[in-house]
Design a protein around this ligand. Structure first.
Ligand code: DGY
Length: 433
């Protein structure tokens, strides 16, 4: 039925995953998938480096170094780098008006890079290379603190759903309801030319996305104007947990390469975030949720983000409560972890971040579960990820009920997660009992 792939099948999938990464390589950076996402994406690239690291360490370092070539002077690392033109994607660089070289978007994405660079360094302790990235990572993390947490409360805000990487999560429905779309005008979406519209965000959401791009562009991406007036200003549990873990990893990495001041300031920021994130706990829901900082309103439902708290190293004392949620969800779905609570009316098994399973999120959740002493559950999440890939291929995401692939095919980060973690051929992967 839902068995772990045989040894031959696993070998075949390993080879296919390497082929996908190689085919999606555009020379120093990897596109997430052909067609739908034809540029370099921030957190995709960082996670893809983990896949390259299993067969080409040099290429893994380059992936991250290329991303950081696009770092802004103020420290921000953009969510898209438009290394070349491609009319098949909207909104292209002209919509962002970033005036940078290379052209980029004006927003950022989940800062998973420090965690990945630490993992690369453990595999390949190249001090000069790591030290160079440590300085850049530190500037990005300082930017997060200054630009997105100007009051120093230990929670960073996102200014656009795309910054969460979990674009159409129902958590954003309420905060987006305040965004005025009256000046957006006509535009032509490209995503639905590549992927079935049922698996993508709705037009009403795209209008909001474009209104937010317009706000930032008119503000010339000035961090103070955005902090004061951006109509979307939300503390995402996902981004906060990812940044908290990244701060700790940056501290460890900086110490290892002799950058003691950077290590110390990362520790200070991490301590502030550890305290700040507690404001995201919902007694009512028994889980961490996102908080609309503009309107002081917490999300009213749970999502896979709730479980990312464990990846951030918070909530260990609440691991029982958090894993009870996972157990409840497991009764509702065939494959863990749905991106959104399958007991909720807004759950949709195929629509992007309103239900489908994402291999990268599973990897993070499993890491958090293992850290919290829940290795058995971490293994269930790993095996489910492997089964999904073995059943349907290297899709962008998967229907948690049927296991069908959703979104783009031959997806780089899914291939990377297979190689680095879900493949039964991974050293340390457990045999199924
Ligand atoms: C998209 O275009 O759907 C991307 O997720 C934005 O980053």
């Amino acid at each position: 039925m839902m068995n772990t792939p045989s040894a031959e099948r696993a070998d075949e999938l390993d080879a296919r995953a390497r082929e996908i990464l190689t085919q999606n390589d555009r020379g120093g950076y990897t596109v997430p998938t052909k067609g739908l996402y034809p540029f370099q994406w921030n957190w995709d690239s960082a996670l893809v480096a983990l896949g390259f690291a299993t067969f080409d360490t040099e290429r893994a370092w380059t992936e991250i170094e290329t991303l950081f070539k696009a770092q802004w002077d103020d420290g921000m690392v953009p969510h898209i780098v438009f290394w070349q033109d491609d009319a098949g994607y909207f909104p292209g660089h002209d919509q962002w008006g970033s005036e940078t070289s290379p052209p980029t978007s004006g927003i950022t994405q989940p800062p998973v890079a420090a965690t990945i660079v630490r993992a690369l360094f453990e595999r390949d302790p190249d001090v000069a290379r790591a030290a160079n990235l440590v300085e850049k990572l530190a500037r990005w993390h300082v930017w997060f603190a200054r630009a997105r947490d100007p009051q120093g409360r230990g929670l960073v805000a996102i200014t656009h759903p795309w910054e969460s990487g979990r674009d159409n999560l129902p958590d954003w429905d309420a905060p987006l309801s305040y965004v005025d779309t009256s000046r957006v005008g006509d535009y032509q979406r490209r995503d639905t030319q590549h992927v079935h519209a049922d698996q993508r965000p709705l037009k009403a959401e795209y209008d909001k996305y474009m209104a937010l791009v317009q706000f930032g562009r008119e503000a010339k991406w000035d961090i103070d104007t955005i902090a004061q007036g951006n109509p979307f200003w939300v503390a995402d549990i996902g981004v906060n947990a990812i940044l908290l873990r990244a701060e700790r990893d940056l501290a460890a990495l900086a110490a290892a390469v002799g950058e003691t001041d950077i290590a110390e300031s990362a520790r200070v920021r991490a301590a502030r975030m550890e305290a700040g994130i507690e404001a995201l706990w919902s007694e009512e829901l028994n889980g961490y949720v996102s908080l609309d900082l503009r309107h002081d309103a917490k999300a009213t439902t749970l999502s896979a983000g709730t479980l990312l708290a464990l990846y951030g190293g918070v909530g260990a004392g609440r691991a029982e409560q958090l894993t009870a949620t996972l157990a409840r969800w497991a009764e509702r779905v065939t494959y863990l972890v749905p991106s959104y609570d399958p007991e909720e009316s807004r759950f949709d098994p195929i629509r992007y971040w309103r239900g489908p399973v994402w291999a990268v999120v599973n990897w993070m959740i499993a890491s958090g579960l293992a850290d919290a002493g829940k290795g058995d559950l971490a293994e269930v999440v790993r095996r489910d990820t492997g089964r999904l890939i073995a059943k349907s291929g290297f899709y962008e995401s998967f229907d948690p009920l049927t296991g069908a692939g959703c979104g783009g095919g031959d997806f780089s980060w899914t291939a990377a997660m297979w190689l680095a973690w879900a493949s039964p051929n991974m050293p340390g992967a457990h045999e199924e009992g």
